[in-house]
Write a protein that binds this ligand. Structure first.
Ligand code: ZN
Length: 725
């Protein structure tokens, strides 16, 4: 299929003793040598544009002797790569940052001598719905409106059903997506009322070698080996198999031009997430549209959260370091350096990828000890979320916060406990104030519970925190151990995520968020806060619509709390709010989705919006384990459909499916590279100014996406508003 680049690895030169480029220390503080007022930037040679109508699966071939501009081919993986990028397009390539980007683009008039001490900065609040692409938002908006209508107009109780089922059903009979919205910003959720709306690209990098099946972009930096093989920076520079020299990062598109970036293509993926080609069995592919395009080289939450947190791109699994695995300061550190309060709160573990990237520098998102050391050093004003596994403060660190510990004067540790009812959970921080040097850590889940869950309790569409299908499945193998199918084993009886007693110990997500902003908001110097609803992503990975809709209701309620706080605390003159996603998931609603949701709710069995046949097993991962990605006789979609467990009837019943059309109802379970929405307010025109702009990665120019912004631009606008640049 599309995987043209052979994954041959030369034996990496063991004598390569080069260490991480010393010259890449880039603390963005006030240390930059004064930039002479010179031509903004040496003009980069025009990048050859991918022809609009190019067939998506056939990169143009170029003979080895051709000028080094074409992408590599299967026959010649080094085509166009024997001359390093920097020789083709000579630098200089100083490491960029958001201040330089804003200055270069003429959005600010001068390079700030310091971020600190400037009057007029705003509080900046970033909300990340993990995996919350356009279709996830639409599903949440419609579900919320249906619940409201059933309660208000038909006296229904979504936990048990309606007094008059027939009347309610008649009202929703024939209700389709067109009765809500089929394009654009939409309405229904709290953040859809904000004035600003844009689409954000989630581009990432492919270095060293692409992943099997091109499923996700690889977790490889410019240092040798996978990032999981070593701590930050502790590996030699990776060597380019074509040049025999350290990889010279190429900022052009991987598929189209043989570069190292995974860039967005409107031709292949549609100009908008609501492109009609995603909703038909006969997509118009004449202009290059390919429904599988968004399944290639998907990014992850670590690298994307790092882009929001620092304005720098890194590879999958990397958190707030450059591609050379060097720390770059996060907006939390910058804010605190300037006397502001700053912190994160999440519905998933506090050092999981998204919140972690704001308070940690780690080349690998699962390197617990490294992340724990880094978080302790950054010492955020506030950090809250699940305390499970390696994704939390170390036990030693928590002990130091407890009574008698060396950090007890500075930190208040809030821990889920049977002896503290939800209503009193936040009592001890009411008198705390960041301006007195107080810091807060809030912990739930994990070892604090019998159930041992890592994320906040799943609320479900009926808001019961109970009654859900616990999707399960077994991979079926032949006698050689090769996967040949998946069998769903989801039990008929429903299960609880947390026990009712555990749920009673915890305030709802919106209260966690409201308390965090109340505390941070006491800072006279202003604050930065990132709130993540991380389990939208977890539910989407599991193809679990019921869990996902509950998480969407949580983010909706929590943003409503934030907006209420903003309106009572200086309004949009003093606050900037951004709500977006780190990446998309591949969900498609069928036209009758609203009627399907309504009927389950009316019957008092809203959990059935996730079919019992759901397996919770990732079909494409199983297919890759079966070696299917090397078998060209079928498309990816056809291979995946061999491992899905929903029936056609299931898809019809629930009015939606995950993955490409034809791959089965639970046919993907992974991120996609489709751009995601951004709703914002109080931004004072910055997002509009950066629209369509390019940006630099390791100082080299990356082409922007027309009519869209990238995640690094969101960082730039947050910095501009936080520090009044
Ligand atoms: Zn995910």
């Amino acid at each position: 299929m599309r995987f043209s680049l052979a994954t041959i690895f030369l034996t990496l030169l063991s004598e390569s003793t080069l260490t991480v480029a010393e010259g890449n220390r880039r603390l963005k503080k006030a240390k930059e040598p004064k930039q002479p007022k010179q031509p903004k930037q040496p003009k980069e040679p025009k990048q050859p544009k991918q022809p609009k109508g190019a067939a998506p699966t056939a990169p143009p071939t170029s003979p080895p002797t051709a000028p080094p501009t074409g992408p590599p081919t299967e026959e010649d993986p080094c085509a166009g790569k024997t001359t390093p990028y920097s020789e083709k397009f000579p630098g200089p390539y100083p490491l960029d940052n958001s201040e330089r980007f804003l200055y270069r683009e003429g959005i600010i008039d001068e390079m700030p001598s310091s971020l600190c001490g400037r009057e007029g900065g705003k509080n900046v609040i970033l909300v990340i719905g993990d995996g919350m692409g356009w279709e996830m938002i639409r599903a949440g908006a419609i579900a919320k409106l249906i619940v409201k209508e059933l309660e208000e107009d038909f006296g229904c109780d979504t936990k048990v059903g309606c007094p008059d089922n027939a009347a309610a059903k008649a009202s929703f009979s024939g209700r389709t997506l067109s009765d809500y919205y089929t394009e654009g910003k939409g309405s229904g959720l709290s953040f859809q009322d904000l004035e600003g709306y844009a689409l954000v690209t989630t581009s990432t990098t492919v270095l060293q070698s692409q992943n099997a099946g091109a499923h996700y972009a690889p977790a490889s930096s410019l240092l040798e080996g996978s990032v999981s093989s070593h701590d930050n920076g502790l590996s030699p520079l990776a060597v380019d198999e074509c040049t025999g020299r350290p990889i010279d990062f190429d900022p052009r598109d991987y598929e189209a031009e043989g570069g190292n970036m995974v860039l967005w293509s409107d031709a292949k993926g549609g100009q908008y997430p609501w492109d009609e080609n995603y909703f038909t069995e006969t997509p118009d592919t004449s202009s290059g549209f390919d429904p599988e395009f968004i399944m290639q080289h998907a990014t992850d939450s670590a690298s994307t959260a790092g882009s929001f947190a620092t304005g720098h791109k890194a590879a999958v699994n990397m958190m707030s370091v450059t591609l050379y695995e060097e720390d770059v300061s996060t907006i939390v550190e910058d804010a605190m350096m300037c006397g502001k309060a700053a912190g994160v709160i999440s519905s998933v573990p506090m050092l999981h990828a998204t919140p972690g990237a704001f308070v940690v520098h780690s080349n690998y998102r699962k390197n617990g000890p490294q992340m724990q050391r880094s978080m302790k050093k950054i010492n955020p004003t506030y950090i809250g979320g699940g305390c499970a596994s390696r994704y939390q403060a170390s036990e030693e660190h928590k002990d130091e916060m407890r009574e008698g510990g060396v950090l007890a004067d500075m930190w208040t540790l809030l821990e889920q406990s049977p002896s503290v009812p939800a209503a009193n959970f936040y009592d001890t921080i009411q008198t705390k104030d960041p301006d007195n040097g107080d810091h807060v850590m809030m912990c739930f889940g994990g070892d604090y519970t019998e159930s041992g869950q890592s994320n906040a309790p799943y609320r479900g569409l009926d808001s019961t925190y109970s009654n859900r299908h616990c999707s399960a499945g077994d991979v079926e193998e032949d006698e050689d151990g090769t996967p040949i199918g998946v069998n769903p084993t989801t039990p008929g009886e429903l299960c609880d995520h947390y026990s009712p007693e555990e749920v009673a110990q915890l305030p709802p997500m919106k209260t966690h968020v409201a308390e965090a902003i109340k505390f941070l908001g006491k800072s006279d110097g202003g604050f930065f806060m990132m709130y993540e609803q991380g389990d939208i992503d977890w539910a989407a990975h599991a193809n679990h619509m019921d869990d996902m809709l509950g998480a969407m209701l949580d983010i909706d309620d929590s943003v409503a709390e934030i907006i209420t706080w903003i309106e009572a605390n200086g309004g949009w003159e003093s606050n900037a709010l951004y709500i977006t996603a780190d990446h998309d998931h591949f969900l498609t609603l069928k036209p009758h989705f609203p009627e399907a949701v309504a009927n389950f709710l009316i019957n008092g069995e809203s959990h059935k919006i996730t079919p019992q046949n759901n397996s919770g097993v990732n079909p494409w991962s199983v297919a890759i384990n079966a070696g299917r990605h090397e078998d060209d006789s079928k498309s990816q979609t056809e291979h995946i459909s061999d491992f899905t467990t929903w029936t056609e009837e299931d898809i019809e019943d629930v009015g939606h499916f995950w993955g490409t059309m034809g791959s089965g109802g639970n046919g993907w379970g992974s991120h996609s590279s489709r751009p995601v929405p951004l709703s914002y307010m109080g931004d004072d025109g910055c997002i509009e100014e950066v629209m369509g702009k390019g940006y630099h990665v390791l100082g080299k120019p990356v082409v922007g996406a027309e009519g869209k912004v990238d995640q690094v631009h969101v960082h730039a606008c947050m910095m501009k508003n936080l520090f009044n640049l």
